[in-house]
Write a protein of this length. Structure first.
Length: 134
């Protein structure tokens, strides 16, 4: 700890990095569905961080599919047009700047904002929910 004129201040501690893993699945309307595996890494004192998203096409004829990987920055934002109090995660891909927006739905679930779903899935009433893996 530091001491200045009789005042003792604890030494600055390195923030602990926390990892959260979410998994989800969205069925295909006219084909195989997609598996989502999202890992979020952020400091215990910050709402911003990094992410890795693996998307894998559901197996077709028992053939294993290789995942598509996206990684980049995560930024927490407040509100959107339909819910000004919502907590939103903005995921920005480090390679092509593609942006995904996920709304925090309680303590254990994230939902892809519906304006980012393909029209066929929106019309079928599907949502992409990612559940926190315990």
């Amino acid at each position: 700890s530091l001491q200045v004129a009789g005042y003792s201040h604890p030494a600055k501690q390195t923030p602990v990095m926390q990892t959260y893993e979410y998994k989800g699945f969205i069925p295909g309307v006219e084909g195989p569905g997609m598996l989502y595996d999202l890992s979020i890494l952020r400091s215990e004192y910050s709402s911003d961080g990094k992410y890795i998203l693996l998307t894998t096409l559901q197996q077709i004829n028992n053939r294993k599919q290789l995942p598509n990987t996206s990684r980049g920055s995560l930024e927490m934002q407040r509100g959107h047009a339909e819910d000004p109090n919502a907590t939103i995660y903005k995921l920005t891909d480090e390679v092509d700047d593609t942006i995904l927006y996920l709304q925090v739905m309680g303590n254990n679930r994230l939902r892809l904002l519906t304006n980012q779903l393909p029209d066929s899935l929106k019309q079928a009433g599907f949502n992409l929910d990612l559940e926190l893996v315990q």
